[in-house]
Each structure stands twice: as C-alpha cells, then as structure tokens.
Write a protein that binds this ligand. Structure first.
Ligand SMILES: Nc1ncnc2c1ncn2[C@@H]1O[C@H](COP(=O)(O)OP(=O)(O)OP(=O)(O)O)[C@@H](O)[C@H]1O
Length: 340
C-alpha cells in the first residue's frame, strides 16, 4: 500500500487506539485499502476484518446481515446464522458506503454503537459486540445531515476520528510513485515515458487510484513484447484529450491567462471526458465546473467589451445589456481587474 505519508502516519497512530474511524473520499481513492491498513496496524490484527456495503444490500437483508438471525426467524431461516457484528467481534467491522444506509438502518446501527448490544433477528438474547467500526463514505455526511438524509447522532458516533483521502487529481505529485508501485506490484520491469506521465497528470481521474491501476494494467498488457518504455500511444484515448481545469493555484493563474476560446474548448473536452467515462462521476464537481465557467464567461466577455470600448464602462455596460452597477459588481465579484 502506498499513500500520502502524513495521512498514513496519522492512521497508524490512531490504529492503536480503540476508536471508531470515518473515512471520507471519492470512489477509488483507497478507503477500503486504508481501512485494512488500520486493522492490520491495530491490536485486532489477528481477529477478523469484515466488510459490508450498506448501499448494496436491501434493508431487510442488511438487518440479518448485520445482526444475524435465529432458526425460524422468517421463512427460509432453516438454521441460525451469525451476523457480521458477531463475526467481527474483537475485530474490525468495515461499514462501506455508510451514507447509503436507510434511515431505519441508521437507527439500528446507532443503537448498537451506543450500547454495544444487539439481538439476532427473531432472537431474544441480548448479545454484546466490541467490534471496532470503520465507516467509509463518498458523500459528505455533514451535508447529508443538513439535508436530513443522515442522522446527526450516528455521525457523531462514527466520526470520532475522520480521515479524508484527497482525490487523485489533487495529489498528482503522488502519481509517478503510484505508477511505480503498481509496476512493482505487477512484477513488471517496464517504465512509463515522461510524456506518458505528463499525459496522466493532465487527466481528471474520476475513478481515482482504482482507475489509475486499470490504466497501468492495460498499458502494460498492450506494450508487452513491443517496448520496455510505455509511450502515450499505449494510454487510453480519454487521457490524451482531457485537460484539467482544477490545478494548483499558480497553475490556475496561468489558466486565467489562457485565451478564452482555448479555455472554452478545454472545458467542453473535460466535461465530455467525464460524460463519456464509465467511471462514477461526482455531480457536485461537475456543477462546480459550471459555476467556474460562469465566472470565466462573464469575466471574459466584460474584458473583451472593455477592450473594445477602450475602458469606457458606461458604453461597455450598454453593449452587454447590463447596468454599470452590475458591471462593477461583476468586475469586483468575478475577480476581474478592477483598475480597468
Ligand atoms: N493507497 C493505495 N495504494 C495502493 N493501491 C491503492 C491505493 N488506493 C487505492 N488503490 C487501488 O485502488 C483500488 C480501489 O481501492 P478501494 O477499494 O480501497 O477504494 P474505495 O475508496 O474503497 O472505493 P469505493 O468507494 O468505490 O468502494 C484498490 O483495489 C487498489 O488496487
């Protein structure tokens, strides 16, 4: 496993403590990998690590999955079955996609987390669990609480320690290391050329590290027997067309200097690459791009018109069919050069 050393150091530290952990991060950022790491680094390492995807199991099934059931609890319950709270006892219970759990399931989970007690479905015996809970989510749970889709009291129980894994596009400096790590893991002695790495650094990576791993595997398979240095021709098309819109601040500034037409084309290509991708897409991110485009659009039109009117604001406002006040507001609010 390879990640961002600060996060890993912190995870290692808290692994030893018996506290619940909440891991936030987009899909494929390595939430489950991190949960495994915490389990392995904890005192519980020789007890089970059991995972359940709260979004993938139906509500009724989830209850018997979590708590188990007694023989005869329902039609088809021909013999008793342990639930994962029982199996994970003294170990770690990984609740993946906790944000997808229904409100009814959340109530049940809360009860166990508060008391450490539960009953099998159809059972009367109160059982105790001391499984450590690591929950993971790709949605922002604080926001889900605001929107009343997630219980605040449950979030409070789960979020004793929160680890947030940044998306790959925000830690592109780790990309070469990850590529190297995957090549080693696959036991491959090839390397990626500098322009291949440059191509990868330009991509948006909606599927994060999982998607990167798939790209590496694919390129290696295609290049095998042909070359030892993987060039961009072995990378998928989507990597070659998209240019990032979100970059480090200094690069953001450079982007602002780009001609608006170039920006517009990049924006479309970037959104199209997400539209055409089979990976999960973060709608909030897409909408933030739309807002960014709005800012860029009004800035560029205003600047162009001011150039044409040689800085005459009144005339520029008239041409843009807005008031001078609105133009001033846009110049100030939309980050334009207010000296003009
Ligand atoms: N830090 C990492 N080091 C090595 N491999 C990683 C790392 N993070 C992710 N991966 C790779 O990406 C794959 C997906 O990781 P994981 O299942 O932990 O992501 P996730 O965030 O739980 O995704 P999802 O939300 O879709 O369940 C892993 O199987 C592994 O191949």
């Amino acid at each position: 496993m390879l990640i961002y050393s600060d996060l890993l150091k912190f995870a290692y530290k808290i692994a030893k403590k018996n506290v619940n952990v909440l891991i936030e991060g987009e899909t494929g950022t390595g939430k489950e990998v991190l949960a495994h790491f915490i389990h392995s680094a904890s005192m519980r390492y020789d007890h089970p690590f059991v995972g359940v995807n709260c979004g993938a199991v139906s509500e009724t099934l989830l209850e018997s999955e979590l708590f188990g059931y007694e023989k005869g609890a329902f039609t088809g319950a021909v013999k008793e079955k342990k639930g994962i709270f029982e199996i994970a006892n003294r170990g770690t219970l990984f609740l993946d996609e906790i944000g997808e759990a229904s409100l009814a399931t959340q109530v049940k989970l809360l009860r166990v987390l508060e008391t450490g007690e539960y009953m099998r479905v159809g059972g009367e015996t109160v059982r105790k669990t001391n499984a450590r809970i690591i929950a993971a989510t790709h949605v922002n749970l604080a926001k889900a609480v605001e929107e009343r889709n997630f219980r605040e009291d449950l979030l409070y129980r789960l979020d004793v320690v929160k680890l947030t894994i940044p998306p790959l596009r925000e830690r592109l400096e780790d990309l070469p290391l990850l590529v190297e790590y995957f090549l080693k893991k696959l036991n491959i002695s090839m390397t990626f050329s500098e322009d291949s790495i440059a191509c990868m650094r330009q991509y948006y990576w909606p599927g994060n590290v999982r998607e990167l791993f798939n790209v590496v595997k694919r390129a290696v398979t295609l290049a095998e027997g042909e070359t030892a240095v993987i060039t961009p021709s072995y990378l998928p098309e989507k990597l070659k067309v998209s240019l990032p819109l979100k970059r480090a601040d200094d690069e953001q500034d450079k982007k602002k200097e780009l001609d608006f037409e170039v920006y517009l084309q990049q924006w479309v290509t970037h959104v199209l690459s997400m539209w055409r991708s089979n990976e999960k897409v973060d709608l909030e991110y897409v909408l933030s791009l739309v807002r960014e485009m709005e800012v860029e659009m009004s800035r560029s039109f205003i600047m162009k018109t001011l150039k044409e009117t040689i800085g005459n604001r009144k005339e520029a406002a008239e041409r843009l069919n807005i008031t001078v006040r609105k133009l001033r507001y846009l110049l100030k609010e939309k980050g334009s050069d207010s000296k003009l």
